[in-house]
Ligand binder design. Structure first.
Ligand SMILES: Cc1ncc(COP(=O)(O)O)c(C=O)c1O
Length: 238
C-alpha cells in the first residue's frame, strides 16, 4: 500500500517545531524527511534540533543535504551513532550535473543494504558515474565555483534589498524574496517579469507562505542584471 505523507508546518521563522514533528510520528510512521537547508525558504535548522529529533523518534530520518557544499553544514558525522539516519547529497547543485541525475546517500550498512534491494537494477548510468567521480576529484574547480556563487548571491541579495524587497537569509544558491514591503503580490510581479522574459518562481500562497513570496536562483552576472533591471522596470510601472 502506498504511504500517506503528512506535512508538518514550520514556525513563522521557518524553523522546525520539534514537539510538532515528534508529535506526528506514530508507530506507523516509516520515514521522516527533512530538507536541510530547506527549499524554498533557504534556511538551515540547527544541529541540536536534528539531534533532538533523532534521539526521540525510531523511524528512518532522511536529511536531504543537497546544498551541503554551499552551506558546509552537515549531520553526516553522526551516522555512526544513529542507525536510522540517512543523509542525501546531490551532484545537481554545486557540481552542476543536474542533467545527469546523480547523487548519493550516506547511512549505516544495514540501511544501505535495504536501499540496494529496493533500488532499480541500474539506477545510475556509467557516464553519470564517470562525470560524478571526475567532479568529486576536481575540488579546486568546485571550490572556485562555490565562491563565485556565494559572492554573486551576496551581491544579488544587496541589489534586491536596494530595490525595496526583503530578502530572506539563504544557505543555498537561491533566494526567497518577500514583496510585501512594495505592497505588490508576488503573483503580479512574477507575471510582469514573465512578460519581460524573466522567469522566477512564484511562491505566493504556497503552504506556510502569504501572497508575497518569489524565489530566484543566483544566475550568471548578466542574468542577475537582467532580473534587477526587469524588477526595477516592473516596480516603476505597477
Ligand atoms: C531540497 C532539495 N532536494 C532535492 C532537490 C533535487 O535534487 P536532484 O536534482 O538531485 O534531484 C532540490 C532541487 O531543487 C532541492 O531543493
Amino acid at each position: 500500500m502506498a504511504g500517506v505523507p503528512l506535512e508538518v508546518k514550520r514556525t513563522t521563522t521557518f524553523d522546525l517545531d520539534v514537539e510538532k514533528v515528534v508529535g506526528q510520528v506514530t508507530p506507523e510512521t516509516k520515514l521522516l524527511f527533512i530538507a536541510n537547508p530547506n527549499n524554498p525558504t533557504g534556511n538551515l535548522v540547527s544541529r541540536q534540533v536534528l539531534i533532538e529529533i533523532l534521539e526521540r523518534v525510531n523511524c528512518l530520518v532522511v536529511v536531504d543535504e543537497c546544498y551541503f557544499e554551499l552551506c558546509q553544514t552537515t549531520i553526516a558525522d553522526t551516522i555512526d551513532q544513529y542507525p536510522h539516519l540517512v543523509v542525501l547529497r546531490s551532484l545537481s547543485k554545486s557540481f552542476g550535473l543536474a542533467g545527469l541525475r546523480i547523487g548519493y546517500a550516506l547511512a549505516q550498512a544495514p540501511v544501505v543494504d535495504y536501499l540496494y534491494r529496493a533500488a532499480q537494477l541500474f539506477p545510475v548510468n556509467r557516464i553519470a558515474i564517470a562525470a560524478a567521480l571526475a567532479a568529486l576529484e576536481d575540488q579546486a574547480y568546485i571550490q572556485a565555483n562555490i565562491q563565485r556563487i556565494l559572492a554573486a548571491k551576496e551581491r544579488l541579495q544587496q541589489d534586491l534589498t536596494a530595490l525595496g524587497l526583503r530578502v530572506l537569509p539563504s544557505q543555498t544558491n537561491f533566494l526567497l524574496v518577500n514583496t510585501q514591503p512594495l505592497n505588490i503580490p508576488s503573483k503580479v510581479l512574477v507575471k510582469a517579469l514573465q512578460e519581460r522574459n524573466i522567469w522566477v518562481a512564484d511562491f505566493g500562497n504556497s503552504p506556510g507562505l502569504d501572497p508575497y513570496y518569489f524565489r530566484t536562483a543566483t544566475g550568471t552576472s548578466s542574468e542577475n542584471q537582467a532580473l534587477l533591471a526587469g524588477l526595477a522596470d516592473v516596480i516603476s510601472h505597477v
